[in-house]
Design a protein around this ligand. Structure first.
Ligand SMILES: [Zn+2]
Length: 239
């Protein structure tokens, strides 16, 4: 199925979900205090499908629910991979703009969807406050859109965050050095094309994928994905 696997799976029990998680302690780069958060046992994950924009579906659990690290002391939150990517000027901005408004929150595991969304929104607020790179803001928006897609509850909200991710990636494409996260230039073009398609801008999607297909340096696996994507764009398939 071109659009990945989104049929309702048999609901795992709380105990089954907890078996994927383990507590991990961290030191916050903003307030210097230690805190504990939960991480996913990646070796336990079993992939059961991948969407056109690289959202991977796993058995029992959506690991994107646990992709935000959140310091309970000062309110600094970020994607796990970028949590320590913060310079002193940005630390000061978090202390100035985020910490004074932060009211301590608790997030029991397994995380509720409401708490997952709250954690992503806090990471977005922090990224804006600290003037993070467009690619970093784009990845938070993209992963939040993915979380919402998996729940199947709000297509409109998913599209809203996909649009933010698209704008961020386009900006990053022209202002940042590659790779963007783990995306090289060809992969970034492909993802931009797919996000434009998913948000209904077929002309823009065709422009990016067309540019990609004529490129000589594109690897075979991506070439195949790009050809499939071009067909979907031509057919006006947005989901
Ligand atoms: Zn902190």
């Amino acid at each position: 199925m071109a659009n990945g696997v989104h049929q309702p799976q048999e609901q795992p029990t709380e105990e089954e979900i907890l078996a994927y998680l383990f507590p991990k302690s961290h030191k916050c780069p903003v307030c210097d205090k230690e805190f504990m958060d939960f991480a996913i046992k990646k070796s336990k994950l079993r992939s059961i499908g991948t969407d056109t924009d690289f959202l991977t579906t796993y058995k029992d659990i959506d690991p994107n629910h646990y992709e935000i690290l959140f310091c309970a002391h000062c309110g600094y939150a970020a994607l796990t991979n970028y949590f320590n990517v913060i310079v002193s000027r940005q630390q000061a901005l978090i202390r100035e703009k985020i910490t004074p408004n932060y009211k301590p929150m608790e997030f029991p595991v397994p995380l509720s969807l409401e708490h997952v969304v709250q954690r992503y929104k806090q990471a977005l607020a922090c990224a804006v406050a600290m003037d993070a790179k467009p690619s970093i803001k784009a990845f938070i928006n993209l992963k939040l859109a993915w979380v919402l897609r998996k729940t199947g509850r709000s297509k409109d909200l998913e599209i809203r965050f996909l649009k933010e991710a698209l704008a961020g990636l386009k900006s990053a494409f022209t202002t940042e050095r590659f790779p963007l996260g783990n995306m090289d230039e060809s992969t970034a073009k492909y993802v931009i094309a797919d996000l434009a398609r998913r948000t209904g801008d077929f002309a823009e999607a065709m422009r990016w994928v067309g540019d990609l297909i004529i490129s000589k340096s594109i690897p075979g696996s991506l070439k195949e994905r790009a050809a499939n994507l071009k067909d979907m764009i031509r057919d006006g398939i947005a989901t």
